[in-house]
Design a binder for this molecule. Structure first.
Ligand SMILES: Nc1ncnc2c1ncn2[C@@H]1O[C@H](COP(=O)(O)OP(=O)(O)O)[C@@H](O)[C@H]1O
Ligand SMILES: [Mg+2]
Length: 282
């Protein structure tokens, strides 16, 4: 059972496994709340009891081991995967997205870990993927307009992609990632979900994306959930950090109140427990 009554502590002991599960928390300026969300894939329980909230203008960092359920959670929020249980609240309204398109129409846009660019299409066509129909009926959407806007969006980030009419299959991982991020950031969305946006990037490209995120944060209009692996990135880019372990959130702290040391310690501990469990199961 997840403990934690209203107004109770953010960390609640389950008493069963000795682990901590973050109970539903909230703030007056929340744009999104996720409550008691669970998801199974056949025999695999990806998410058990997820509670999180996102405040307006906030950058929330989501950390966790491989397989912890981070991408599944992002996909539930963006309408790609349906949860088995639980509910969500978006800008004060009950939120049950039927599709990614519906989520997008409500202001949520996503950079997926598994990118979702179309290899055969050009850079600029990828940047306008799914947006064509919003702008105007396709025949009126001139290529040169798309190319110009794509160029502006990429220049804005500072990522160097010399030719926008080449198929994205020919680009490096970092360039592809930059396109996915630029596309999302230039959408009308006010909630961005970024699943490992720096994964395929070198330090220089990664720094450009982190700068872009800092700029968006300074503007204060967009709220973000970002899956990151590098603790230094988390502590510099995010306002708050949530740690997901085994399909539950076990830590919820402002980044100003945690440190690389604390986050490392928690994960070292997780490996210690995993090793013990593996031994016990032998
Ligand atoms: N579509 C799916 N079908 C079956 N299992 C899945 C599917 N998506 C995720 N899983 C499983 O759910 C668990 C969580 O995966 P995921 O959310 O991708 O973790 P993370 O992003 O934290 O690495 C993993 O065990 C993964 O294999
Ligand atoms: Mg993932």
């Amino acid at each position: 059972m997840s403990a934690g009554s209203e107004g109770g502590p953010a960390l609640a002991d389950t008493g069963i496994t000795g682990e901590h599960i973050v109970a539903p928390t909230e703030a007056a300026d929340d744009v999104l709340r996720v409550e008691h969300v669970s998801k199974r894939f056949g025999p695999v329980t990806a998410l058990r009891d997820i509670n999180l909230h996102l405040r307006k203008g906030e950058v929330l960092g989501l950390l966790g081991d491989n397989g912890a359920g981070k991408s599944t959670l992002m996909k539930i929020i963006c309408g790609f995967v349906k949860p088995d249980e639980g509910q969500m609240v978006l800008k004060g309204e009950p939120y049950e997205p039927r599709s990614v398109d519906q989520a997008r129409s409500l202001g949520i846009d996503t950079v997926y870990q598994d990118l979702a660019l179309i290899d055969e299409l050009s850079v600029f066509h990828n940047m306008f993927l799914r947006l064509e129909k919003i702008k105007s009926p396709l025949p009126f959407l001139a290529n040169h307009v798309m190319r110009k806007e794509a160029r502006e969006a990429l220049d804005d980030i500072g990522v160097n992609i010399p030719r926008l009419n080449v198929p994205v299959a020919r680009l490096s991982g970092g360039q592809r990632q930059a396109i996915a991020v630029a596309r999302t950031v230039h959408s009308e969305a006010d909630i961005l979900l970024l699943d490992e946006p720096l994964a395929a990037m070198g330090a220089k490209e990664g720094a450009l994306i982190l700068d872009l995120i800092a700029r968006l944060k300074a503007e204060g209009q967009v709220s973000m959930i970002m899956v990151l692996h590098n603790y230094v990135h988390v502590l510099t880019a995010c306002d708050r950090v949530n740690l997901i372990q085994d399909g539950v959130i076990t830590l919820d702290k402002p980044t100003s109140e945690t440190s690389v040391e604390e986050l490392t310690e928690i994960v070292v501990d997780e490996y210690r427990r995993a090793r013990q469990a593996a031994r016990a199961g032998r």
